[in-house]
Write a protein that binds this ligand. Structure first.
Ligand code: NOJ
Ligand code: CA
Length: 681
């Protein structure tokens, strides 16, 4: 159902030198409001500069903020601008996602297109496209073929975001200490104390509005970070550079990514966040049958615990015998994928330095690639081929076609890629235009070969899964791996209750939950609370499958650590594809409770997590259909449970509930609770 309606199309003043009245009319502020009338964007020219502002329900969100560019080899585009054309339209369409945190997405918005003409000698012309949705607003620059841009090099995008009050921002620093990896701990501060940070940037404004600044449809541009200035409420777009410092190279016609502001009155209304999906083109994959959400296990945690190695040798993880064990375990437990890292040539020695040594088609001698792929297929499981590039991107691109063709022939339907290292050999940023193009290319080539993609050390998610639904999940934050070796002892107990309201608002994350051996005895003597180890209870590890959305979810621990564990039943049962998602309660950095309905099935899951504090959350089950009885399988923190001294105490119980029931979820320090709800037979 597609309905673009051109409501009004006014050309206020066609050319320079129009009559004074027409020009004055054109310079009057232009406003576009969301279908519910609550969100609005105003565009205006003041002293030759182009500005936009955002309001929600009568409150100022973004005060007039500058738009424009500086170029290398061309004059700045920021002064002597005039509005010369206006067009408006409305749009309402709904589609079904092949998979997702919700099955159906409705894109209903009003659009304003403002044509802007430069009065100075360069005489360039562009369009500012603005869309207002009920859940946020977005805008982008469109440079037409005949706008006088030709081939260009953007030195800086001047887009600013001046917050109307000094709200509290939740952020991770950009470019330090690990350039561009986004694997940092979150901090919070007033906007006026923000340095250079990643998006999505979640801000709790003093006026009560929740704002998330991010971007959508990043295709051929540089990743946008946000740069603050001390004691200023203005954040500015900070683009990741090419090796020579240029930010973006292009040729008109050209469109930038959308700059997005998700808006909500309550923090619980931020998720599910689908604004970016609405700003990406529809699927380019006609036959999506090869794409299937799944749970997987893998030869992975053993390396992070240092009881196995990626490299060949006595502790090599990716051996034929070991992989068969993981395939058997997956098949026996309903997991559909097996990740194997260290299966290919390139891991011996210093692989981060020898980044071009990786070979993506040749297995090491003790790994029977073809035999294992066939064995997995027989058992209804796919291998997930690991492609660590170490940022040897040219080396990887040279092999893309042959590698993916081989995987396709062998029935390997998924890959996990990796980009450990900060820059390309040529010195391009991890998230600059060069890498943005690369990440897109991998997804497109994979689609041609019927392969699903999971990216570690990725660029951020800007909604590309709408167009390329084989783009399943990515890392792009500190995941479970830090709990094996993080220098500061691993992720703090509050970490995931921040992730939910920040990183997760951009899209799925391959966090890899499900560690049961929480003191990491598998790696030697039990680790103390001060050592690196998961700082959660067992029930919280289960709850993460529901809280942290991903269409591919790992059962991350060693299979032997699941043996004889009744709690593993939850991992067998939990769904990975959802009809509906509801946030039942939450506070950033403190706690969150989420309910999700399994796609196409009368079944719900609830996941609740807390930070280092114990708390009891009353949760109403009013989301269930009225008048029906459901059996609840409850995995709760056991008596005396705490992440610190007693992480594995868990109580599994069963009870009958209805939509009239309220559950008191008792969460231990660092704890959580996971519940499956299915109709009483
Ligand atoms: C970092 C990834 O996040 C991790 O999952 C992987 O095992 C290592 N790189 C090695 O590629
Ligand atoms: Ca990583």
């Amino acid at each position: 159902m597609r309905a673009r309606r051109a409501a009004v199309s006014v050309l206020a003043a066609l050319v320079l030198g129009a009559t004074a009245t027409a020009a004055a009319r054109a310079q009057a502020p232009l406003r576009v409001a969301s279908p519910d009338g609550r969100n609005s964007v105003t565009v205006a020219v003041k002293d030759g500069g182009l500005y936009y502002s955002v309001d929600r329900a009568g409150r100022h969100i973004i005060l007039p903020s500058r738009l424009g560019f500086t170029f290398r080899g061309a004059p700045d585009l920021r002064d002597s601008l005039a509005i010369v054309g206006v067009a408006r339209s409305s749009y309402d369409t709904t589609w079904t996602q092949p998979w997702g945190e919700v099955a159906r997405v409705r894109d209903q918005h009003n659009e304003l297109r403002v044509t802007v003409q430069e009065r100075a000698s360069a005489g360039r012309r562009f369009v500012l496209a603005v869309r207002a949705f009920d859940d946020g607003v977005a805008f982008r620059y469109e440079l037409p073929a005949d706008g006088g841009f030709g081939e260009f090099a953007i030195q800086d995008e001047l887009t600013e975001f001046t917050l109307a009050d000094d709200g509290k921002a939740w952020w991770i620093p950009a470019n330090k200490p690990q350039p561009d990896r986004t694997e940092e701990l979150f901090a919070s501060s007033p906007v006026s104390h923000v340095d250079t940070v990643n998006t999505p940037l979640t801000i709790e404004m003093q006026n009560g509005t929740r704002v998330v600044i991010h971007e959508a449809n990043l295709v051929d541009y540089a990743n946008m970070n946000l740069a603050g200035r001390f004691e200023s409420r203005t954040l500015r777009a900070a683009l990741a550079p090419w090796a020579d410092g240029v930010k973006v190279r292009g040729r008109a016609p050209f469109v930038t990514p959308w700059r997005t502001l998700q808006l909500a009155d309550r923090v619980e209304d931020l998720a599910p966040s689908v604004l970016t999906l609405k700003l990406n083109p529809p699927s380019r994959i006609a036959d999506t049958r090869f794409i299937a959400p799944m749970k997987y296990d893998g030869i992975w945690w053993g390396m992070h615990l240092n009881v196995m190695t990626w490299a060949e040798g006595p502790k090599h993880g990716a051996t034929t015998a070991n992989t068969r064990k993981y395939i058997d375990f997956a098949a026996a437990n309903g997991l559909k994928g097996v990740l194997v890292e260290g299966w290919n040539l390139g891991w011996n020695g210093n692989w981060m330095a020898d980044r071009n040594g990786f070979n993506f088609t040749t297995p090491v001698p003790d790994y029977d690639l073809a035999g294992l792929a066939a064995y997995a297929r027989e058992k209804g499981v796919t291998l997930i081929a690991h492609n660590e590039t170490a940022m040897g991107v040219e080396n990887y691109e040279r092999q893309l076609d042959s590698a993916f063709a081989l995987y396709e022939r062998l029935g390997i339907r998924a890959i996990k890629t990796g980009y450990v290292n900060d820059k390309t050999l040529a010195g391009d940023s991890h998230t600059g235009q060069y890498m943005v193009r690369h990440f897109r290319k991998v997804v497109e080539v994979a689609a041609r070969h019927g392969i699903m993609v999971d990216v570690h050390e990725p660029i951020k998610d800007t909604g590309e899964r709408r167009t390329w639904p084989n783009m399943m999940s990515r890392e792009g934050a500190r995941g479970q791996e830090y709990n094996a070796w993080g220098g500061e002892g691993g992720n703090p107990p509050e970490h995931e209750s921040i992730l939910f309201f920040t990183r997760m608002l951009s899209g799925p994350m391959d966090f890899t939950p499900g560690i049961f051996d929480l003191t990491l005895r598998s790696a030697g003597p039990a680790r103390t609370p001060e050592d690196a180890r998961p700082r959660t209870t067992l029930a919280k590890q289960l709850a993460l499958y529901v809280v942290l959305y991903s269409p591919v979810q790992m059962a991350a621990d060693l299979p032997e650590n699941y043996a004889g564990q009744p709690a593993f039943q939850f991992i067998r049962d939990v769904a990975v594809d959802w009809d509906t998602t509801r946030v039942l309660a939450g506070r950033i950095g403190d706690f969150v409770a989420v309910a999700r309905k399994t796609r196409g099935k009368d079944e719900w899951f609830v996941g609740a997590i807390t930070d280092e504090e114990a708390r009891t959350l009353p949760v109403s089950l009013s989301f269930l259909p009225a008048g029906r009885r459901y059996e609840a399988d409850v995995y709760a923190d056991g008596p005396g449970a705490s992440w610190r001294d007693n992480p594995t105490a868990i109580t599994i119980s069963h009870r009958v509930v209805t939509s009239a029931s309220t559950l008191e979820l008792r969460l231990a320090p660092g704890g959580g609770q996971a519940i499956r709800l299915r109709p009483v037979r």
